[in-house]
Design a protein. Sequence first.
Length: 287
Amino acid sequence: MYYILGKDRIGRKALDPFSPQISIFQAQAVAAIVIFDIDGVIRDVSGSYRRALADTVEHFTGSAYRPTQTEIDSLKLEGLWNNDWEASQEMVYRYFETQGCSRATVNLNYETLVAFFQARYRGPTPQSWTGYIQNEPLLISSRYLEALSCSGIFWGFFSGATRASATYVLERRLGLRAPILVAMEDAPSKPDPTGLVAAVNQLEAQYEVGANLPVLYVGDTVADLYTVQQVKAIHHSRAWIGVGVVPPHVQDWARYAARLQQSGAVVVLENVEQLTPESIFSLTLSH
Ligand SMILES: [Mg+2]
């Protein structure tokens, strides 16, 4: 089923993003592209990546310090620490700085740290999926994605997770078949927008996608929304719309949502499935 849109009877600026009045529009079909972040959007990583992060910081500070969820949130809200290995390393450094040490004197090997993190998160070997990853709650159903497809909406994924980890959740847990995915190995870290553009280009190459369709990027961090700001500055010929989702572990919802909005989110949702075909079309009309 395609949602049919047409003449904007009530004025574009007046559109409520989730207005059911969208159904009164007539005439032409409208399509859009939605690219999803994965961690915090597609899967709840509070008991996996974040637990592995806390374990790692605890281990490499000699059990002197284990960061709380709130402390990890505060670091993430800086917008620079999308990579959880680098975030772990940074929290270890900051702990030792509070103890009066300079970074240069801290004996910390990044590869050893990454190996420890991966053993907790993924399991002891690259082939084993026996770590925290196996218990990640999903925040999305495959039926939701089918509904987008049925409504003329193309979708894909751009994530800072490793390809193996992202593929595990998308294919083994959600049951998708070779979805469009740009992962850690494929592009620079967010907020560099190269991977977002690559995901859009891959969708356009694989499907019959109309030129310059509006793109929504759905993410749960400041870095995700900075990515949208950066791509807007480079690619002017299409509409880029940042959609924020507050991840499940967040305790201060209002503060977190406000920060996402300040970072460029045009709307902030409690759950990604609130981004319905109707709301997608409405957002594309009003931006
Ligand atoms: Mg995320």
